[in-house]
Design a protein around this ligand. Structure first.
Ligand SMILES: N[C@@H](CCC(=O)N[C@@H](CS)C(=O)NCC(=O)O)C(=O)O
Length: 212
């Protein structure tokens, strides 16, 4: 058995699909339609008890959840694909730093933006929760733009799994319209990722032609 990836169009599973494409690994894609709340189905929650995508089944049948853990596991399992620099190289720590920030500081805002009703008993609060989530995510993006300062990739000319995460998450929460004027370096990174032969083909399926 090869890899099996549970996911949906334009979702976090696009990051895993792009990493698998860079590796050149075969994967069976199993759709979990978020629009229909299929992520909450009991059978799916046996694999991913949080009711989220992505979930990756490893060839030994292990169900792996959490996009960061999945990307790091793929990088470890396929060192030849160069998804991360080896541990002795300083670029690795830098890539891990920004990947951790995406998972811990951006992703929770995505949940608040997509499902604001979960965060208050009063449905009238939903628009304000969503609006603040978008603002807070953009504050974090401004930190990435200024302090990670990609050029074009996070590690300069060297592509890594961190670029996949930045590029995909930059399309969420209205990012396609907001990024070009406010975070030109992140926008250029997304363009550079979209231009890669392997990951770019997956990118086009999820996000259309390269930006710009
Ligand atoms: N911590 C999880 C978050 C995954 C996540 O929130 N995925 C979204 C789609 S991009 C999702 O499944 N949302 C459905 C829901 O929250 O019900 C990860 O990093 O994989």
């Amino acid at each position: 058995m090869g890899y099996v990836l549970y996911g949906d169009h334009r979702s976090g599973s696009a990051m895993v699909e792009m990493a698998l494409a860079e590796i050149g690994a075969e994967a069976e894609l199993r759709p979990v339609r978020l629009e229909r709340d299929a992520q909450r189905a009991e059978a799916y929650r046996r694999l991913n008890p949080m009711g989220r995508v992505p979930t990756l089944l490893l060839p030994d049948g292990t169900a792996l959840t959490e996009s960061l853990a999945i990307l790091l596991t793929l990088a470890d399992r396929h060192p030849g694909a160069g998804l991360l620099p080896p541990p002795e190289q300083p670029g690795r720590a830098r890539a891990l730093r920004w990947m951790a920030l995406l998972a811990s500081e951006i992703y929770p805002h995505v949940t608040r933006c997509d499902y604001p009703e979960r965060f208050s008993a009063d449905p009238a609060h939903a628009p304000a929760i969503r609006a603040r989530a978008v603002e807070m995510a953009r504050e974090v993006w401004a930190v990435v733009e200024r302090h990670a300062a990609p050029s074009p990739f996070l590690l300069g000319e060297r592509f890594s799994a961190a670029d996949i995460g930045i590029a995909v998450m930059s399309r969420w929460m209205g990012g396609e319209a907001w990024m070009p004027a406010h975070c030109p370096r992140i926008e250029a990174l997304a363009r550079a990722v979209a231009a890669r032969p392997a990951a770019g083909a997956v990118w086009r399926r999820h996000f259309g032609p390269p930006p710009g």
